[in-house]
Design a protein around this ligand. Sequence first.
Ligand code: PLP
Length: 399
Amino acid sequence: MSLFAAVELAPRDPILGLNEQFNADPNPNKVNLGVGVYFDENGKLPLLKCVAEAERQMQEAAKPRGYLPIDGIAAYDKAVQGLVFGADHPVLAAGRVATVQAVGGTGGLKVGADFLQTLNPKAKVLISDPSWENHRALFTNAGFAVENYPYYDAEARGIKVQAMLDALSAAAAGTIVVLHACCHNPTGYDLTPAQWDAVVATVKARGLVPFLDMAYQGFGQGIKEDGAVVHQFLDAGLSFFVATSFSKSFSLYGERVGALSVVCENKDETARVLSQLKIAIRTNYSNPPTHGAQVVATVLTTPELRAQWEQELAGMRVRIREMRVALVEQLKAAGVTQDMSFVTRQQGMFSYSGLNQAQMQRLRSEFGVYGVDSGRICVAALNQHNIGGVARAMAAVMA
Ligand code: PLP
């Protein structure tokens, strides 16, 4: 009997499965709105100029590739802290933040989850309903029981804020709450600062453990604005986790550049937490890769490159917003009578379009427009060339 005879076939990743289907579709007008990737106005994955220039500089001064420290490139970790907390924030001067380089935002979440598991293996993890597909699996695999808190309000096209707060109020002390810092994936609906205040107050009152997932800083309102929630948690005097991803904001998906920051109560605690994060890293993959983090560190610490990055990031952000406005207009022009203006109230790469599973399937089979069955479409994959066709296809399945 084979060693693997009893191994079950795991379900396919729904979004990667969609990609395979898309690639196999002979329709010349097909559009892929499934995967969470930003494409430029020509439908191309951008290589940012600041990244190309940093790589050129790095190549000119090419260095041997020794092992990095377990927590990564020191200049990178510092630059991440500056971006997430503000370079001159007293929490940094006080040495209260442990930051480690991680293998993408996913790696940051996993290192945090592994550390939390050693702290409190029986803690429950709450994720938004719905959430990024991998949240549940990642925290489940790390050993946690994962449940949802209410989030998306399909009828009101927004967030069930009160139900969310009620769920947090009912959670046991020590429960880990995963929160999307900005640009909620998949819905696109973000809490207002006042609503965040209520979340922070509830988390504090109940003794919950906030874990902010910040995969889209700079894709919503701006770098600072999208990070504002971090300051609300800081101001409340809480200890919390922040996972950072540069996959989208630097268009460095395949380089796997991310980080985990843990805000602690004092410097001594930070050193102890950092030592434990290093164990999580060491026992998973020993130490992180060099290239992507060096690119990001170079860009963030070289004033001209940083200015260029901020400009390029703003370009992506503005283009997405323009696509939201254009989609609403073109849906109207294509005969959709229903008010679709909610699309412009959403933020980031995604839109919960409100289309149901049957409509999403028709979009694929009849029009070659590939979105997720939940109704999620990637607005960042729309452009002037494909948006008219997408709007007409959506109008047809909504009629
Ligand atoms: N968290 C959220 C909410 C995401 O949407 C994503 C990527 O899609 C990630 C984390 C993972 O980012 P990375 O590709 O850097 O691992």
